[in-house]
Design a protein around this ligand. Structure first.
Ligand code: G3I
Length: 349
């Protein structure tokens, strides 16, 4: 080949390489094993990253696709609650929870069981009459043990008792507390443990992210229960946050004190609501808070994972419960990732 043509070919090749060759950053982006999802990124830290979901949403295929891909843990938002699982006394229906367990299995996701004992979403047969202590003990034990046995080996953790305390750290006066006294919590944990000795047993609540009277109540109770040998393995911090109330800056310290008791912790129902419409500034603050929560969990050894309370604003519980508020999740109503999604990724990277 004449020299001139050779030079021309050489120059053309160099130009082509310059145009098509990936930069160092580009190369990293194209590595075959690049973590693609929140779950992949969390797993590098030995954590899970999950989402709640609910049965009626499971007909939405685009929704299901992201749910199955991005997360390695699922919590049923309603399907394992008492009203759904024992709609008539002694008649159990696990169809909703089973649907979610099957979906999780198909995507190699683990499931948090939610929840065995809660004052809300109870069946009418339970709330519409008076119970003596022995009667209610029997009913409670049967409910817990039947459900825990049913999901043995299928859920890795249970929110055994949900929302047991008031804001000031006194016991919430539920039908269980009023009839059975505070000992119902230890009993519930023991009965659950009997039914599945391997599953991790949690107490779960909201507004316990910061150090304060309500989280102090959990700390005190957890310490007592551990000292008495009651099978308690973790504390679930729901983390339903709202921009107008400020970020819980003592979260990391709080997680750490439970860690020192030998307990796991998890952020179990995370969402960060705001007054709508959302704007760039609110979304940026929200993104920062999601990142800060994620980093707090990563910083504490026994904080085992994070679950958001569904992943898209399309199915968030917030607008129905808080007038004028919403936009609480990392994906918007059209299933498009928001700044919060990218902030979580960065915090996990
Ligand atoms: O099942 C009925 C349905 O038949 C009816 O057509 C429909 C009309 O409103 O209501 C349906 O019930 C709703 C139920 O969710 C199931 O979708 C209730 O109205 C609604 O109040 C209920 O909300 C749930 C809420 O708990 C109840 O307190 C939310 O979906 C659920 O995300 C939320 O989850 C709780 C956690 O369990 C505990 N921590 C707080 C968190 C947020 O409240």
């Amino acid at each position: 080949m004449p020299k001139n043509r050779l030079r021309l070919v050489g120059a053309l090749t160099a130009a082509l390489v310059a145009v098509t060759a990936p930069s160092a950053q580009g190369l990293a982006e194209h590595r075959p094993h690049k973590p693609q999802t929140l779950a992949d990124l969390a797993q590098r830290h030995g954590r899970y990253f999950g989402s709640a979901t609910d049965n009626p949403e499971l007909v939405d295929e685009p929704y299901k696709k992201i749910l199955g891909k991005e997360f390695d843990q699922i919590t049923p938002g309603n399907g394992m609650k008492w009203y759904a699982t024992e709609p008539e006394q002694g008649v159990f229906d696990f169809s909703q929870g089973d649907e979610i367990v099957d979906l999780a299995r198909a995507h190699h996701q683990k499931v948090r069981g939610h929840t065995l004992v809660w004052h809300s979403q109870l069946p009418d047969w339970l709330t519409s009459r008076e119970w003596t202590a022995p009667e209610l003990r029997k009913v409670l034990k049967k409910h817990i043990q039947t459900e825990v046995r049913h999901y043995r080996g299928k859920v890795f953790a249970w929110d055994v008792v949900n929302e047991a305390f008031n804001e000031d750290g006194t016991y919430r006066e539920t039908v269980f507390y009023n009839t059975l006294g505070p000992g119902y919590i230890a009993d519930a944990l023991r009965w659950a443990h009997e039914a599945d000795p391997r599953v991790k047993l949690y107490l779960n609540d909201y507004n316990i992210e910061s150090v304060g009277p309500k989280s102090d109540a959990y700390y005190k109770l957890a310490k007592q229960l551990r000292a008495q040998g009651v099978p308690l393995h973790g504390i679930g911090l729901q983390a339903h946050l709202a921009l107008q109330y400020g970020y819980p800056t003592t979260l990391e310290d709080n997680l750490r004190r439970f860690d020192r008791l030998g307990l796991d912790t998890a952020l179990t129902e995370v969402d960060i609501r705001m007054y709508v419409p959302a704007d760039e500034e609110k979304l940026a603050t929200q993104a920062q808070w999601y990142a800060d929560l994620t980093k707090a969990c990563l910083a504490v050894r026994r904080c085992v994972g994070i679950t958001i309370w569904d992943y898209t604003d399309k199915y968030s519980w917030i607008p129905a419960f808080f007038d004028g508020e919403g936009a609480a999740l990392p994906w918007d109503e059209e299933l498009r990732p928001k700044p919060a999604y990218y902030a979580i990724r960065k915090a996990l990277s």
